[in-house]
Every structure is written in structure tokens, then in C-alpha cells.
Ligand binder design. Sequence first.
Ligand SMILES: [Zn+2]
Length: 441
Amino acid sequence: VTALADPQSLTALERQVAARVAARRQELVALLCELIGYDTRTHVVGDPPRQEVELQTSLARRLERVGADVSVAEPDVGLIADHPLVPDHFSFAGRPQLVARFAGAGGGRTLLLNGHVDVVDADPQEGWLSHPFIGDARDGAVWGRGACDMKGGVASMVVAAETLAEMRIRLRGDLVVNTVTDEESTGAGGLVSARTLRADGAIVPEPTSLGIAIACRGSLLPTLTVQGRTGHAGSPPRHHDDGGNVNAIDKAIYLIDAVRRLRDDWSLHRAHPYLAPADCVTTSIRGGDWIVSYPGSCVVNFHIEYLPASDGSDPAAHVCAEFEDWVMRAASADPWLRTHPPRVQWLVGGVPPAAVAGDAAIVQLLAGADRALGRRGELSGFDNWHDGASLIVEGGIPSVCYGPGRLAVAHTVDEQVPVDDLVNCCQGIAVAAMRFCELDG
Ligand SMILES: [Zn+2]
């Protein structure tokens, strides 16, 4: 990673923009509370839409009012139907995607601001101190489902674009505001953006505590099917070569333990400066049929999180081979599994890791803007997957996460975001946009 430029200072115009954003603090809070109030809980295929139209329409009106060319439309699923993340019968009906373009004067870079408006459910609601779907501003924070993941980030990016437009800051490149659905479920909204929007850089304000996250981990979903030999649970032990019963659950536990050692091995390889090590978690186990029978089979699911290669490419094939080899070597050391090896399958739903170079323009200019605003401008990673990964992998758009609130608070009871973070993120995006898209004249 190239060393960052020296901290710069703000120009007079940038200072005015930052001051205008700071003066809009209550407006930011009000917009976030409004967004939290729309029911945009994530869904499975076939669920009716909720209030996605209302949310997107409200943002469209705001952005139109300050001169954006806005489209709110349900994309053709055919654009993304080939992608493994998109389930059969998927539809955007009632869940439109918003694209608001502030056209530049020409000759500058296009910046995409992308955020998802869907949220995870808030059940059970007993633990919440305030209603999860009524934004509650108190103690210097806004509380509610989606406060940090990521309606807070959406509010910050919308107000940033709005402020530049209202102040009639003329940019050379286009500034594009894009709010999507279906991130928490499938990533389908972000996939459409990646395949239809062109930009020279993107900021996705997922909660990073205003770190500039330039990499995220990918995931893979292996399943082991372990065979035993069923029979009466009360029969005396007998060797399997002599027709004895074999407990598939016991054999699965042996393999789970082997995978745990693989996880330990990975955890000792701190191979990435900004991301947690690769991980493999046992997520479900299903075995046995009857309370007085030996289990004849056992199915175990795992969730692998893995790192991008040092050149940013996807080492999925290598990770799959390593996992399979590890499991098969463990199996070969067991007298039953040696001749009855487990079946390894890879479920659909894994996502690729993604990374952008530390010296990419969007990284350097955003870090410089953040520092000029008096903050750290620190590069970081985002261990969870997000739509920015699709923008990088599918769209070839260098994308970073830079958003208000802490990732550890996302999806939790009493999710919240500090109001200072909302303001700081909004300022950072506005100044970065001025530098990335370049001022005209
Ligand atoms: Zn998110």
C-alpha cells in the first residue's frame, strides 16, 4: 500500500461546504429518522413488498428538487438472472432501485454513492429500549433498526449530494446517488448497479466508523455428507469389516474437529493488513433418524470466510481445494472414512472477496479529504461482504466503504449511530466528491 499523501488543508470553498453540512445536523437526523420509519425489512422470494416504494420515492423527490435527473424503476431481472446469488423466481416487483444523477460539466471523473435501504428484522423486539422502527434521537445518537446498517450512511450521502447541489458547486464529473434494495438477502440490487452503472469510483457508506475500507472477505459454503451404517442402537459393538454398525454422527464429529484444526491454522496466518484471518465456522449439523438406531448419515454445513489474494483476485478455487484436501487427509486416517469418504459439496450463496489498491484515486482522495477535515483518514478493511464488492468484481468500479457507526452494532438490539459520525461522513463524502469529480472553472 502506497503511503498516503500528507494531510492537506481544506480550500475556502470546501470549508464552506463542511460548515453548511454541519449546520444541517438536525436535517440529517430528521432524514435518518424518516428512513428508519419506512418498513424495508429484508425478505425471501415471494414475500410482498413493504414500503420500499415510499422510501425511494421520498428520496427521489428530495434529489429532484435540487436538480438531479432521477430514475426510480424496477430493473429487468434478466440483467442478473445468470448470477448464482440470484434465486429462482426472484423479482424486483414493488422494490424499485433509485439512480439520481447530478450531471457534471464534462471532463471529470464520475463518482457513485451507493447504499442499501433494506434492513434485517428486529425480532424479538423485547430487548429494544426504543421502538426499532421509530427513529429515536437521544444521547448524541439515533437509535433504530438500520441506524448504522445503513440508513445512516444513506442519509449522509444523500445530504452530501444535496448540499453540493444547493450550494451550486459545479463539478466536472457526474455525481450519482444510488439507493438499492435486496442487499441483506441476495445482493441483487447492488448487482444491477454493478452491471448497469458506470463510474470511476464509488463510496459505499456501510458502517466503518469512518475508516476507509478497501477490502472485504469472501465466503464459501461447504457441506459434508458423512455415511455411517445404521442398525439397532442396542446391538453390541462389532467392527465395520464384520458388518458392525457405524455411527455417522461420531464420524462427523471427527471431521468437524479436523476442520477446527484447519481454522486454527488459518487464524495463525495474518495474511492481510486490514482484514481478519480466514475462518471456518460449523453452522449446522443434521444426523440420525430414530432414537434407537445408529445414525446412518450426517450432514454438516460450514461457513468459510476467506481473504482476497494479494493482487486483489479471487482465490476461491484454491480455498476449496485446501478445504477438500484437509478433510480427505483426515478421512484417510480413519479406518471407516478411508473407504467411505465424506461427500463435499459447495452450496450456492458464497460471495467473492474484493479489494481495491491503496493508491487508487478514490482511496487517496477520500483519505485526503477525511484528513483535511481533521480526522484520521485511515485505511481499513470490512470483514463482511457488502454491495461494494459487487461494484468491484462485477462492475470494475474501484469502491470503498466509508460510513457512520460501528459494524459491531449492525443487526443488533438497540442498533444506533452517533450523530457526529453522520455529520463527519457527510462532510467527508462532500469534500471527496469535490476533489474526485473536480471543480469546474
Ligand atoms: Zn449493510
